[in-house]
Design a protein. Structure first.
Length: 487
């Protein structure tokens, strides 16, 4: 078994025969195996000398494996525990994972899965231990709503925010969906002379067209069906402050003309009223559309476009500023840690590399959502690549090299475990033969492509695919002591 050196594994089961089998199955250089037949005995052993991994049966006399898991995690939140059972109910599996178990295995599958899962758990435990040690001296920063970025493109954004904050000029903020346009708008307001006044943000797409005027400018009682009371609009609400109009490209043309009047004259009328009201509001707008193209199509007023587009701030997509991914991910992780009121969570370096290599089509919003899901499903305060749910994201074809190597190594471990039940198989020749045959089949008998894929010559592919005897043919000869012949 391949695992971190000097590992201590505690195995708990009331069946002494199973304990003997498990010890024999998991023995390896540098691995210390300790057994206990009752949960109480296991708890005492763990308190005396903590194990890197605990394997425990769910169903035991007295204290169950679930209760043992709960007590271990209460005394040591970082305890790594794998439960197994021949009769584990769905509720037991759910409860075990909720309490932080690394995995729950069916007892009938242990001959094929146990070694692979144990190796994976020990590697995960070692990665988390190293990460905790590295992070021990790092102070926790105060979490607040802010813009994160050290990349050159974001530094230009920050500079522009500083420049435009000094004036009252309208600002057009552009960028793909999810890149943080509202955060930029809030920063412009925060650093402006209007910072003590209200900031109001509305998303144009969330308001029905027939209610848009009322939302922005307010209405009088009885001005339309359902207007049972007078209503103050957003312009009145944030008088002296800043109004942020997100997705401005979706504003109806009829409302665009009234917005233009506010920008030109600083005045408006409520719906159903002839009284002109004055307002002092700074307009910030945002869009992910090409407004010049919308003007050409006639769906956006040209005069309004020029009124809004006095200063433009463009936010680059996250894939164009990958050096910011780490900062953003750690910021979101700290915020989730604060909300959970638990230990400060950390990423391993491999997990951060995984995040940095992904393209993030949904930008910062997608990254934040991914971190939220990872924290919700994590069973430790240290997140590994396997804890990052990129694989469930629609249309994601991304696979990180670290994950690929781990899966290949796990597959080989499983192969060795299965092969041990067939001692008559000459494993290496058989694997070479099958790899060459499968590669030829995959590349439609193109030996050159198969050879390039396997890293050998095309002649070697052909000869190795043909020369080795299959296991079934080798077994009788081996049993009888006869000389094996090539297939």
């Amino acid at each position: 078994m391949s695992s971190p050196q000097d590992s201590r594994i505690l195995i708990v089961d009331s069946d002494s025969d199973f304990l003997s089998w498990a010890c024999n199955h998991l023995k390896a250089p540098g691995v210390t195996l300790v057994t206990a037949e009752r949960a109480e005995e296991a708890l005492a052993s763990y308190q005396k000398s903590r194990a890197d991994l605990v394997l425990a049966e769910v169903r035991m006399p007295g204290t169950s494996g679930i209760e043992l898991l709960k007590r271990l995690r209460m005394s040591d939140p970082n305890a790594m525990v794998i439960l197994f059972s021949g009769l584990a109910s769905n509720s037991n599996v759910i409860e075990a994972m909720r309490l932080g178990a690394y995995d729950v295995l069916g007892k009938e599958k242990l001959p094929y899965e146990l070694r692979t899962v144990v190796e994976s758990a020990l590697r995960a435990n070692e990665s988390r231990r190293v990460t905790r040690a590295q992070a021990a001296e790092v102070p926790t920063e105060t979490i607040q709503e802010t813009i994160i970025g050290r990349s050159a493109p974001m530094q230009e954004v920050f500079k522009m925010i500083g420049r435009v904050s000094r004036s009252d000029a309208p600002v057009m903020i552009t960028g793909e969906s999810g890149c943080g346009k509202e955060l930029v708008a809030r920063a412009v307001h925060k650093f402006s002379p209007r910072t003590q006044k209200e900031f109001v943000g509305i998303n144009i797409t969330s308001i029905p067209d027939n209610l848009m005027e009322s939302e922005l400018f307010g209405h009088e009682k009885g001005s339309f069906t359902g207007a049972v009371n007078q209503r103050v609009g957003r312009f009145e609400q944030c008088d002296g402050g800043t109004l942020f109009l997100d997705e401005i490209g979706d504003m109806p043309l009829a409302v665009q003309s009234k917005l233009l009047r506010v920008l030109q004259e600083g005045e408006f009328c409520r719906v159903g009223s002839n009284q002109t009201l004055k307002c002092d509001v700074r307009i910030l707008a945002a869009t992910n559309k090409d407004l010049e193209a919308e003007v050409a199509k006639g769906t956006f007023r040209e005069d309004l476009f020029y009124r809004l587009n006095v200063v433009r701030i463009h936010i680059p997509p996250l894939r164009e500023r990958r050096e910011d991914v780490r900062l953003l991910a750690e910021f979101f992780l700290q915020r989730q840690s604060a909300r959970r009121r638990g230990p400060v969570m950390r990423f391993t370096e491999d997990a951060l590399a995984l995040l940095e290599a992904y393209d993030w089509p949904g930008n910062v919003r997608e990254l934040e959502n991914t971190i939220q899901r990872a924290c919700a499903l994590a069973n430790s305060d240290v997140l590994l690549p396997s804890d990052i749910p990129l694989g469930s994201i629609a249309n994601s074809r991304f696979t990180h090299p670290t994950n690929t190597v781990t899966r290949m190594r796990d597959a080989l471990s499983s192969l060795i475990s299965v092969a041990q039940t067939q001692p008559d198989i000459d494993l290496l020749p058989w694997v070479e033969k099958e790899l060459c045959r499968l590669a030829l089949r995959h590349f439609e008998e193109d030996a050159d492509k198969a050879a390039k894929f396997l890293g050998i010559s095309s002649e070697q592919v052909r000869s190795r695919a043909d020369q080795h005897a299959p296991p079934a043919a080798a077994s009788p000869a081996k049993k009888s002591g006869g000389k094996k012949t090539a297939a």
